[in-house]
Design a protein around this ligand. Structure first.
Ligand code: PLP
Length: 300
C-alpha cells in the first residue's frame, strides 16, 4: 500500500477585505498537504496511484499544459512512490520553471501540437499501447477515482459550515465534494450539510455540470458562479491581482491568479453583494496551486 497521510487544518480567515460583514470565513488548508503535490492533486492521485501500484504498473502517463499543477504533482508523486513518469505537454516545446521542476523529479516530457493533443487516448495508444506496465491518467487527473479521493475531505471537517466553495478546472474536485456530501446518485445531502458552490476558472463554466454528471455524480445540489473567470483560463485583471496581494499580505496564505485567487475573489464579491444570509459560515477549499503563481509572476 502507498501511504497518503497528510495534514490539512481548517483556519478562520481574518482580513480587512471581509470586515463589517456579519459572516465568518474559513479555509481548508489543502495547500499544506504537500509543496508540489498541490492540494486537490494529492487527493485526486491517491486512488489512481494505488490502483496502478496494485496492478504492478511502473509508468504513469499523463497530459497537461506547460504550466500545469497536475503535471508537477504527477512528477513529484511518481518520484515519491516509485513510478516513472511521462507527460504529453500541449503545444510547442517551451522552457519554464514548472517544466524544469517536472524534469527534476524525473518526468519525461513529450511536446505535441494542439491538434494531436486533442486525442489523448490515441496518443497513449501510439506511444504506450504496447507497454503493459504503463498507466493512463487523464488531463488534470480527471476521473471517478479522483473524485472518490476528494470526497474524503468531507469526513475530515471539524466544524459545521453553511457553504462550501471550491475552484473548478475539470470539475473533478467539485464532483468529489458532492460525492462526499452524500449526493452520489441516490442520496441527497442532509439538511445541515453545507451548500456546495463551484467557481469555474474557465469561460462558459456551465460545462462543469456535464463533467460532474459524466462521473456518475448528481449536480442537483451544486451552484456554479460562472462570472469569475476574469477573461478565461490563465487570464487575469489588475483588480484580481490587487485582491490577491491584499489577501496574501493580510493572512499569510498565498493564493494565485489561476484558481484560488478567482475562488476567493468570487466569495468576497458575493459577500459584498449581500449574497449570504447573516451569520453564514463559509468554508473555502484552498486547492494549492503554486504554478498559477509562477506562471504570472510578471503581474506582481
Ligand atoms: C487543478 C487545480 C484545480 C482544479 O481542480 P479540478 O478538479 O480540475 O476542477 C483547482 N485549484 C488548483 C489550485 C488546481 O491546481
Amino acid at each position: 500500500m502507498l501511504r497518503f497521510d497528510f495534514f490539512s487544518p481548517e483556519e478562520e480567515i481574518v482580513t480587512t477585505l471581509f470586515q463589517g460583514l456579519d459572516l465568518r470565513f474559513f479555509v481548508k488548508r489543502d495547500d499544506m498537504i504537500h509543496p508540489y503535490i498541490s492540494g486537490n492533486k494529492w487527493r485526486k492521485l491517491k486512488y489512481p496511484l494505488q490502483d496502478a501500484y496494485q496492478k504492478g504498473k511502473t509508468t504513469l502517463v499523463t497530459f497537461g499544459g506547460a504550466w500545469s499543477n497536475h503535471l508537477l504533482a504527477t512528477a513529484c508523486a511518481g518520484a515519491k512512490f516509485g513510478f516513472q513518469t511521462h507527460a504529453f505537454v500541449r503545444g510547442e516545446e517551451v522552457h519554464n520553471t514548472v517544466l524544469t521542476l517536472c524534469r527534476t523529479f524525473g518526468m519525461q516530457l513529450h511536446f505535441v501540437d494542439r491538434e494531436a493533443y486533442k486525442n489523448k487516448e490515441l496518443l497513449y495508444a501510439q506511444h504506450f499501447g504496447e507497454d503493459p506496465a504503463s498507466y493512463f491518467i487523464d488531463e488534470g487527473g480527471y476521473s471517478r477515482a479522483a473524485a472518490e479521493g476528494v470526497s474524503e475531505l468531507i469526513e475530515e471537517l471539524q466544524d459545521n459550515y453553511t457553504h462550501l466553495f471550491c475552484a473548478c478546472g475539470t470539475g473533478a474536485t467539485l464532483a468529489g465534494l458532492s460525492l462526499g456530501l452524500g449526493s452520489g446518485l441516490d442520496t441527497a445531502p442532509t439538511a445541515e450539510a453545507p451548500a456546495l458552490h463551484g467557481v469555474p476558472v474557465l469561460k462558459g463554466g456551465d460545462f462543469i455540470r456535464d463533467e460532474v454528471a459524466a462521473l456518475g455524480i448528481t449536480t442537483d445540489h451544486i451552484t456554479l458562479h460562472t462570472d469569475y473567470h476574469f477573461g478565461g483560463y490563465a487570464k487575469t485583471k489588475p483588480e484580481l491581482i490587487d485582491f490577491i496581494k491584499t489577501f496574501t499580505q493580510e493572512t499569510g496564505i498565498l493564493i494565485e491568479p489561476t484558481y484560488t485567487g478567482k475562488l476567493f475573489y468570487a466569495v468576497y464579491d458575493l459577500a459584498k453583494q449581500g449574497y449570504f444570509a447573516p451569520k453564514s459560515k463559509i468554508l473555502l477549499v484552498h486547492t494549492g496551486g503554486l504554478t498559477g503563481f509562477l506562471g504570472m509572476q510578471d503581474k506582481f
